[in-house]
Write a protein that binds this ligand. Structure first.
Ligand code: PEP
Length: 250
């Protein structure tokens, strides 16, 4: 099964109108490729980002978060319906920073996935273990538990429209990437877990690796059979570096 690779840049809470103009200018210099380039700017810059991209479909726009609620008195939150006013394709859910800093539980993450699917977005579901969990041999069971919560709420068919990002927490922003072999082992385990519910969906679902990916480490990661691209934080703030990663994805 050939799965299209995705290289996604999570800009987190970084940038200004000025720096984003420069970054988008740089990214629009990309050659056409077979992989999909995705960028997650912060909410205030979604409109600017679309405007800067104009008619180009080189970069897919994505959002870093969504509320699990539909509308109402939830100060500071952004609903899936609001995101429909932008040309957003993907939305991050379950990023470890949301789980650990903002207390998002597996059940909140599942509700967010559900609200996105109702509005035809593709959730990018982040999962992954802490260092302590890895060292106590729980890597796969943690990933399975995080996926199971979503499966229980939306069912296996929904995974036709969900992208999974395996991001070991100990590798995010630390410079300590998982080795290609370590990542492949977990990706293969995740795919086998999905296959218990549907073999065909398991073959189709795109599983990205995230955690200190750089241009220099991306080739070896992308050579692994179950790694379908990358979710990139720090290195996505440098257009040249990010484009090198997109190029490595082919
Ligand atoms: C991330 O935040 O999703 C991430 C992978 O960050 P970094 O590439 O900086 O580790």
């Amino acid at each position: 099964m050939i799965r299209q690779k995705i290289v996604a840049g999570n800009w987190k809470m970084n940038g200004s109108a000025e720096s984003i103009k420069n970054l988008v200018d740089g990214l629009l210099k990309a050659d056409q490729s077979n992989s999909e380039m995705v960028v997650f700017p912060s909410f205030p810059y979604l409109h600017l980002f679309s405007t800067l991209c104009g008619n180009s479909d080189l970069i897919k726009l994505a959002a870093q978060n969504v509320s699990e609620k539909e509308s109402g008195a939830f100060t500071g939150e952004v609903s899936a319906a609001m995101l429909q006013d932008f040309d957003v394709k993907y939305v991050l859910v379950g990023h470890s920073e949301r789980r650990s800093i903002y207390g998002e539980t597996d059940s909140i993450v599942a509700l967010k996935v559900q609200s996105l699917l109702k509005k035809n977005f593709t959730p990018m579901l982040c999962i992954g273990e802490t260092l302590e969990e890895r060292e106590s041999g729980q890597t796969l069971s943690i990933c399975e538990k995080q996926i199971q919560a979503v499966l229980d709420l939306v069912g296996i068919e929904a995974f036709n429209n969900i992208v999974i990002a395996y991001e070991p927490v100990w590798a995010i922003g630390t410079g300590l990437s998982a080795t290609p072999e370590q990542a492949q082992e977990v990706h293969c385990g995740i795919r086998s877990f999905i296959a218990k519910s549907s073999e065909s969906i398991a073959q189709r679902v795109q599983i990205l690796y995230g955690g200190s990916v750089k241009a220099s480490t991306s080739h070896a990661l992308f050579a692994m059979p179950d790694i379908d691209g990358a979710l990139v934080g720090g290195a996505s703030l440098d257009a040249e570096e990010f484009l090198e990663i997109v190029k490595a994805a082919g």
